[in-house]
Design a protein around this ligand. Structure first.
Ligand code: TZP
Ligand code: MG
Length: 236
């Protein structure tokens, strides 16, 4: 399965985000983007992606049984769209459901249980963490926090476009993917993608929680992000 980091959805199961809607419904809408339902259209749209390109199941509250059950349902959906499902924090849950990989913090579970071809993402908020993640075998880094966000208030630091650029610059020799995370919305996505690049290494994508998960129309939100990140702004 290809790893296209351009529009990376991180789920959130809290009531304020889901607003009574089903998590799987929200995720499938975001995967569709502007895709019209129907097998032939779906096949066509696998070639021209207009929805999210990665899904990370992130759930800090439910117990292991619920995590496994939900991850299984999400995996059935992501597989229809040929999009990888990554599990936040829980290598055991990823292995139990056959997910494509995991996303870990600097101190999360060991990778020993994972199959060799699993995708491994690691969060990095500074150069030291980025270098450690690369040495630990990360396929991509979640770089941030880009902008302060109510979704995660206990972040170590807000690094902005300048901090992101400094990290990218210093790791430009590493063949590791990069996504920016934290406070990214339709109003700033182009700035993030086109202004936090180092001349030596670019960002591969943006990771979004609330601007898609809490959107009244997650499908339209995902589609708009795809349009924005594919279009350089006039100032770039
Ligand atoms: N890690 C750093 S910021 C963040 C995570 C999981 C939350 C980002 O949420 P939002 O709603 O996209 O700002
Ligand atoms: Mg973690």
């Amino acid at each position: 399965m290809p790893l296209d980091l351009s529009l990376y959805l991180v789920t959130d199961s809290t009531p304020a985000i889901l607003k009574g809607r089903d998590l799987c419904w929200v995720v499938e809408e975001a995967l569709k983007g502007g895709k019209t339902a129907g097998i032939d259209i779906l096949a066509l749209c696998l070639l021209i992606s207009v929805g999210v390109t990665v899904v990370q199941y992130r759930d800090k509250t439910n117990d292991t049984g619920v995590l496994v059950e939900t991850a299984r349902k999400l995996h059935q959906i992501t597989q229809k769209y040929n999009v990888p499902l990554l599990i936040n924090d829980r290598v055991d849950v990823a292995v139990a459901v056959g997910a494509e990989g995991v996303h870990l913090g600097q101190d999360d579970m060991s990778l020993k249980l994972l199959p060799a071809n699993a995708i491994v993402g690691i969060s990095a908020s500074c150069l030291e963490e980025a270098k450690k993640a690369i040495a630990d075998g990360a396929d991509y880094l979640g770089v941030g926090t880009m902008f302060a966000t109510p979704t995660k208030t206990n972040t170590k630091s807000v690094i902005g476009t300048a901090g992101t650029q400094a990290i990218l610059d210093a790791i430009s020799d590493a063949s590791v993917g990069t996504v920016s995370i934290g406070g990214i919305n339709h109003g700033n996505a182009q700035r993030v993608i086109y202004q936090s690049q180092s001349p030596k290494k670019g960002l591969d994508g943006v990771a979004i929680v609330s601007a898609i998960m809490a959107a009244d129309d997650p499908k339209a939100s995902a589609e708009k992000f795809i349009q924005l990140i594919k279009t350089p702004p006039p100032f770039a």
